[in-house]
Design a protein around this ligand. Structure first.
Ligand code: ADP
Ligand code: MG
Length: 685
């Protein structure tokens, strides 16, 4: 039943509800409160605890205007000798006059420590003389709202929806399998929703928010199930068209392996077999290869490329930045040129003439491996026979972008997708945000890597750090100096890098200091990087653009300025740029004092661990999934009641159940509609 069928909901209100994704009466019933307020009992003034919201009564003893930076109104109330201040920053003259000493007032608000003792700032209040207002009979649910639609209004609409349910005008179908209901002793769906909207009074309000009661568990399970089903649908959608079967008939791949100056690690061999198993069937591969920085993912991508070319297919390699794309161009050409494979370059910044040549080579099939940035999936690009898409650093590309590249496969054909990421993804996130992908993990570094010595340093130690850089350079080593984002502004970040570069140039006489940041042109960046790689530049000052893909084994000292501003995973990534050669490497995390307790805890994790998975897991615990995934993907896991951290342990079981739902397409559709509704966009590819 549409919400507009309810009494009092006209088109304007319906439009506002639609903004919250609420279209039907059932949607209203599934719009759950974020939290509760207790207006069922009064808290005596002598028992107030700071930072809690509560309901109080008191007699007004004074009302004064206080002059500070701006005028505020302060009312003091008293009860049994205990006092509380009420503070109003915005008020009318009439309002000030209404606080007459001797009158009673009932307030609801948050208790905070103020300059003159505990106070409530802008409480909700009613004045009364003898007859105290009635107390609420139930806890007050607080619902997510939208502009022009207050919490009280939504609460009323939800109450109306409840009446419809109770009168049998809407019916809620039970969509969870019996076995789960029995196993966890779950209440019925209706009872669960009732407890979540209108909990029993006896329950502790804090517990209500945090504890997973059977009622809540029931909905958490449903929501996680809906999410898993959505993901598996997305996967099915992307696998509808058959991809080329890539059998082992010729052997570019063997030639590549023979030519390598090293042996594949066991982890690389295992992952390569997993990839091959996918490539050898017509079901398109949708696989993510995770592995710490330096674990050797690139060679796996090169092997997959060889296999595709052996089978007459083209390979597109998509990188998020020009620098990374160039790095790949370099590595892949190095490996593939000797095998006679034609590698083509395509980016947005290319000049018209070379671009035309690239496009022609891609269309004719003469270009066998095409490396580039976003340009690869633009409309003007036609592939002769695209069969394999390799994407580096997945988290920077949305699902839709990935798909627009895959669609360039010949009419009626699918393409295999290999996604590589050097940011290890905690299992719970991998199962939800990237649940439409299969996962392989390169969990071993090539032999001979030395652990990087990581140190936290107060910013005041700059002079010593600069001295240390001089010594390193004089002994023939190279150094990175990273200037991270300052207040989310690209321009400021570049400025900081420029300033640092100027300063270091001045202080490090006789040492060449280079600079690379996001505002340089592609050629300028490439020149800077090339000079550093060749050893002509000894110190490279960079913004976070060098985060990934840069490989200079002689660089073994890294300084990261303002390290407290970056996420752990990103710091770990950056650090992975050193420690690639024979010498002992060092990473100095410089921070601006004072460092918060949480800031120190975060940086300490990096000092203690060099395992990307451990770090990613901690990062998730400390910052939450939204931050870890980056804003772009945060919406992809927009969960209403489940909490990825708290409920991660349920995921394996939920995944199994989701698999068993394949036999019930109708139930699947219902449960997705109920929980994901029109937010399915992310998965509809
Ligand atoms: P990432 O996984 O971060 O992309 P790369 O693929 O760039 O790592 O590999 C890092 C370095 O390790 C490269 O110089 C690569 O040639 C080298 N390498 C890869 N596999 C091995 C191996 N099995 N043994 C030794 N060196 C390896
Ligand atoms: Mg790499």
């Amino acid at each position: 039943m549409e919400v507009s069928h309810l009494k009092g909901i006209g088109p304007a209100l319906a439009a506002k509800l639609a903004k919250l994704g609420l279209h039907t009466v059932t949607d209203l019933l599934f719009h759950l409160p974020n939290r509760f307020q207790d207006r069922t009992q009064l808290v005596p003034l002598h028992r107030l605890a700071p930072n809690t919201a509560c309901l109080v009564d008191g007699k007004i003893t004074s009302c004064t205007l206080q002059r500070g930076r701006r005028v505020s109104l302060r009312v003091t109330i008293e009860h049994h000798g205990a006092k509380l201040g009420l503070r109003f920053m915005h008020f009318h003259a009439a309002q000030a006059k209404s606080f007459i000493s001797g009158r009673n007032v009932r307030c609801f608000g948050e208790i905070r420590p103020g300059p003159q003792g505990l106070e409530m700032v802008h409480p909700e209040y009613v004045l009364f003389d003898s007859q105290a207002p009635a107390l609420a009979e139930q806890l007050t649910p607080i619902y997510p709202t939208t502009e022009g639609l207050g919490p009280a209004r939504i609460a009323k609409l939800i109450a109306i929806a409840w009446e419809q349910l109770e009168q049998g005008k809407v019916v809620l179908e039970e969509l969870l399998p019996r076995q789960l209901v029995t196993k966890y002793k779950l209440p019925s769906l209706e009872e669960s929703l009732r407890q979540l909207h209108y909990p029993h009074l006896a329950q502790d309000i804090e517990q209500l928010q945090h504890q997973v009661t059977p009622a809540k568990l029931r909905l958490v399970l449903e929501e996680l199930l809906a999410q898993q089903l959505t993901l598996s649908q997305a996967k099915q959608n992307s696998q509808q068209l058959p991809a080329p079967v890539m059998a082992a008939h010729k052997s570019l791949e063997q030639a590549l392996i023979k030519g390598l100056p090293f042996q594949l690690t066991l982890a690389q061999q295992r992952v390569w077999e997993e990839v091959l198993a996918d490539l050898e069937t017509p079901a398109p591969m949708v696989r993510m290869v995770q592995g710490d920085v330096g674990s050797g993912k690139t060679v796996l991508a090169a092997l997959a490329a060889c296999r595709a070319i052996d089978n007459g297919c083209q390979v597109a390699i998509l990188a998020p930045t020009e620098i990374l794309a160039e790095q790949h161009l370099h590595s892949f050409s190095h490996w593939l040129d000797p095998l006679g494979i034609n590698v083509v370059w395509l980016t947005g910044k290319q000049k018209a003439q070379p671009r035309r040549q690239s496009l022609a080579a891609i269309a004719s099939g003469e270009g066998q491996v095409i490396i580039g940035t976003h340009a690869l999936f633009q409309e003007a690009v036609h592939y002769q026979h695209l069969g394999l898409v390799i994407i580096d650093e997945q988290h920077r590309f949305g699902v839709a972008q990935r798909h627009s590249l895959v669609k360039k496969a010949p009419e009626g054909c699918g393409a295999h997708q290999l996604v590589m990421t050097a940011t290890p993804i905690p299992r719970s996130l991998a199962m939800s945000a990237y649940g439409d992908l299969d996962h392989s993990i390169v969990d071993e570094l090539p032999p001979g890597r030395k652990p990087i010595n990581s140190v936290l340093l107060n910013n005041t130690k700059r002079e010593e750090v600069i001295e240390r850089i001089r010594l390193a350079c004089e002994s023939g080593q190279q150094v990175y100096w990273i200037c991270p984002l300052i207040e989310a502004s690209d321009a400021l970040e570049c400025e900081a890098a420029q300033d640092t570069c100027a300063l270091l140039t001045q202080q490090l006489e006789g040492i060449n200091v280079g600079l690379v940041h996001g505002r340089l042109t592609g050629t300028e960046k490439a020149e800077s990087m090339a000079l550093f790689k060749a050893g002509h530049v000894q110190v490279l000052v960079a913004t976070t653009v060098v985060e990934v893909g840069v490989d200079v084994p002689n660089a073994n000292l890294m300084v990261i300025d303002n390290a407290e501003r970056l996420g752990l995973a990103q710091l770990h990534q950056l650090r992975g740029r050193v420690g690639r050669g024979q010498a002992q490497s060092h990473c100095l995390f410089m921070y601006q004092a004072p460092l918060s307790a949480m800031g120190r805890e975060r940086l300490d994790i990096l000092r203690q661990s060099s395992d990307g998975f451990v770090i990613a897991e901690k990062d998730l615990q400390l910052r939450g999934p939204g931050e870890v995934l980056g804003t772009r993907q945060a919406g992809a896991i927009g969960l209403k009641i489940a909490d990825l951290l708290r409920d991660a342990h349920l995921l394996p079981e939920v995944q199994q159940i989701a698999a068993s739902y394949a036999a019930y397409p109708e139930k699947t559709a219902q449960i997705i509609q109920r929980w994901v509704g029109d937010n399915q966009v992310f998965a509809k590819v």
